[in-house]
Design a protein around this ligand. Sequence first.
Ligand SMILES: Cc1cc2nc3c(=O)[nH]c(=O)nc-3n(C[C@H](O)[C@H](O)[C@H](O)COP(=O)(O)O)c2cc1C
Length: 231
Amino acid sequence: MKVVVIHGQSHKGSTYHIARLITEKLQGEVTEFFLPKDFSSFCVGCNNCFVKSESLCPHYEELKPFTESIDSADVIILASPVYVFHATGSMKVFLDHYGYRWMVHRPEEKMFRKQAVCISTAAGAGMNRTNKDMADSTFFWGVAKTYKYGVGVAEVSWDRVSSKIKKRIDRKTTVIANRIKKNANHISPSIKTKVYFNIMRLMQKNGWNKADMDYWEEKGWTGKARPWIED
Ligand SMILES: Cc1cc2nc3c(=O)[nH]c(=O)nc-3n(C[C@H](O)[C@H](O)[C@H](O)COP(=O)(O)O)c2cc1C
């Protein structure tokens, strides 16, 4: 099982350790990226990715290792500490670059057979919003199943997190890893994803953006083909 982890921070605190517990339990081949250390370019708002091609993004080459790892992974893990009730700026800056992959534009078909985990930690509150910041992208990318795990660690340093909380984290990460392994070979998108995809499909038949319309047509999705069904 291939796993890619995008860490929304460059240090190894509570969020890192929880992501690591899951990857250890998955026993997969892991590729990790740390933000902003490995990528810190802001979207310049040129809109080239949407209206022409993602290859015209000024950061296309810089993003290639991320894109390739995400595309070849079975499991995508997005992990971020809560910063003022949301994901870190670094995570947001990263996710902005994949807006063109949202179902309303040009979703990558491999996404519909992948699983994702969104992990966030906070001293006290904001995990739901932070996980949503990341899970919005995995959902609209078309990822078949996203697990969300938010933990209030009641600390700002992993070393000082209580053993009671660490035990709870250990149990929950085992549950998540086991679910991922169980679903690994027969993953299919949720009804919500399929319904949303179908709405997008109808939209693309009379769309407004040629790059997107051509893409959907070429994939056969405006006809009978579906990204979650292999030919
Ligand atoms: C800039 C900044 C903003 C933060 N905002 C929040 C917050 O809104 N709510 C909260 O409960 N904790 C907040 N915290 C605390 C962290 O979310 C918390 O300590 C988290 O577990 C840190 O994860 P890490 O060890 O992976 O860095 C903030 C910390 C920083 C540095």
